[in-house]
Design a protein around this ligand. Sequence first.
Ligand SMILES: [Zn+2]
Length: 172
Amino acid sequence: MTTPRGSARFGVEEHGKRAARSTDVYLPAEGKEEAVVCTGCKATFWGKRWFNEGDEGAKFPAGHLPHKGVCPACQRMKDNNPAGVVTLSGDYLLKHEEVILNAVKNVEAKARAKNPLARIMEIGQEANVLTIRTTDEKLAEKLGKEIYKSHSGKLGLQWSQDEGFVRVNWTR
Ligand SMILES: [Zn+2]
């Protein structure tokens, strides 16, 4: 099969900028000193950040009974409102789909170990295009950059500053 895509230009195109300060509406108000355990994923909130279940820092000090709540990642999943959308396409992708999907899962696992709010909501496939929706914009950016680093191709990143949202397109 011959297609003009074989001669596609390689490179990275970036539009917009990641917001210096997160304006994520899903993050709890600063300065709240409360303990929360997520009813969805069991992540815990304490000392201004979220921890995975079982993390060292996830232990609540004695006397603090955690509230039941929903973490921002589970809330985004409920609302079906991703912070990042990554689309992967091209003939090369079709031939290397398994390897690339494995890389996607590895990147997610590493990111999630550090930040329980960084996860993939879903991976969809439609007409030879893979779409990965994430709960975290940095995870979406990382996915695009890792694939680009290992497989070259063409990467485009488009940040929407107001909403803390990034659209990532990779093709090869
Ligand atoms: Zn959760």
